[in-house]
Design a protein around this ligand. Structure first.
Ligand SMILES: C[S@@+](CC[C@H](N)C(=O)[O-])C[C@H]1O[C@@H](n2cnc3c(N)ncnc32)[C@H](O)[C@@H]1O
Length: 401
């Protein structure tokens, strides 16, 4: 991880560092309980749970955290004395999930305090103790609509990929794989890309047929803008973009018909309310229409391994949905399930691809792409039997007339 100055979670420093000495004093001297450090002098409020008293991360930590005492943006600090390794810290993260999501780690080694987040690491002060503090925010705060829009607006170009860069061919192939998954699309179909990002899944689907009408939406206005540009460049003439969330989709608006084909790729793991999201998805498909849904597979070997070893993870990896749950949810909404496959080979392939892209200028990326294409073909042939060998799943459904 590299040092970063534009780390949004750096805002936690003030509260954490201001209250750490008193949290630690309490931790070392008092019995189990939580302490409150109300905001004062411009320093945001923070609360701490005494990790010392709850030596077992699988123990009843929730009982110590009285959420009603927390203000909306208040962080929860979990202090773990000594020098716990990352695997142990990951257990502490799991102990407070799903209500809280760990966004930063403050490691004190007796001399200095280092902050680690998903965005980088930095030295942020002195220390007289040895401990690690997990700083968590409410999951509802991290996954709020405002946080989602900000996150994707600020990194929209990153999600568009860069032609010619290592991994770009793989990025585009994955989108095409999902776009093609539901089978042939009839001419003149209306297609909806549900959570479009930079738009590639919907664009690939629309390019398959003549006369397609493509509608794409995303919470991030920047993503919708980029999708419009990409659609135009790719020759998709009949395109409409809107902003909105899957839980209350902007397509179809009142008095508009639902869609012949709806595709949602890599979106459901970002939803804070999966039932409402599936309601929105189901409403958008017309009777007789087809639906394709795909996302990351939280129970793949690779994601399980990452969860065990890495205490800091993107919230979507913890919120990843089991395809069986999504299938059940859509069947209960009247859809007929057709097929489930895995794609994107799991550990160690993504890690190897990362090393190849960052250190070897992508010389092996054609080989990895070939392996992923072959793996996906096998995954499809074997249906869901090999699902944990892949980091992503995709399913197709139809809606009876
Ligand atoms: C991983 S990207 C996938 C984008 C695109 N579908 C693809 O496959 O390339 C996830 C996208 O979902 C959007 N998103 C996040 N929460 C959402 C929600 N609740 N409803 C719809 N889209 C959402 C994000 O803004 C982001 O563009």
């Amino acid at each position: 991880m590299t040092s970063s100055t534009s780390d949004p979670d750096a805002a936690l420093d003030a509260g954490t560092l201001a209250y750490l000495p008193e949290c630690i004093a309490l931790d070392l001297g008092l019995a189990a309980g939580s302490i409150q450090a109300p905001g004062r002098g411009g320093v945001p409020s923070a609360r701490a749970v005494l990790g010392e008293a709850v030596t077992d991360p699988e123990g009843p930590l929730h009982e110590l955290v009285n959420e009603s005492e927390f203000g909306e943006g208040d962080p929860l600090l979990v202090i773990v004395p000594g020098s716990p390794d990352d695997e142990r810290l990951a257990k502490w993260r799991d102990a407070i999930w799903p209500r809280w999501h760990v966004v930063a780690l403050y490691t004190q080694d007796g001399w200095r305090t280092k902050r680690r987040t998903m965005h980088g690491s930095a030295e942020v002060g002195k220390a007289t103790q040895s401990c690690v503090v997990l700083a968590a925010r409410r999951t509802s705060h991290v996954m709020s609509p405002a946080a989602t829009v900000e996150k994707f607006d600020s990194n929209a170009q990153g999600w568009d990929g860069e032609p010619g860069k290592p991994g770009y061919a793989h990025f585009r192939w994955m989108r095409k794989f999902v776009a093609d998954y539901g089978g042939p699309i009839a001419a003149n179909s209306s297609i909806l890309d549900f959570g479009c990002g930079a738009g590639w899944v919907g664009i690939e689907a629309a390019k398959q047929v003549t006369g397609a009408q493509l509608a794409s939406f995303d919470p991030s206005p920047e993503m919708v803008r980029i999708t419009g540009e990409n659609a135009e460049r790719e020759g998709v003439r009949n395109f409409t973009g809107r902003t909105g969330f899957g839980e209350a989709p902007p397509f179809p608006a009142e008095n508009e018909p639902p869609y012949d084909v709806v595709i949602s790729s890599g979106v459901v793991s970002f939803s804070p309310d999966v039932e409402a999201w599936m309601d929105g998805l189901a409403r958008s498909v017309k009777p007789g229409g087809q639906l394709v849904v795909g996302d990351i597979h939280g129970e793949s070997f690779g994601f399980r391994r990452r969860r065990k070893r890495k205490p800091l993870l993107p919230v979507r990896e913890l919120n990843a949905q089991d395809p069986a749950h999504v299938r059940e949810g859509l069947e209960s909404r009247g859809f007929v399930f057709h097929i489930l496959s895995g794609y994107q080979l799991t550990w160690p392939i993504p890690e190897a691809m990362h090393v190849d892209a960052t250190k070897w200028n992508g010389v092996l990326s054609p080989l990895f792409l070939l392996m992923n294409k072959g793996g996906a073909g096998l995954g499809r042939a074997l249906n869901h039997a090999l699902a944990p060998c892949f980091d992503s799943w995709v399913m197709s459904f139809s809606r009876p007339r």
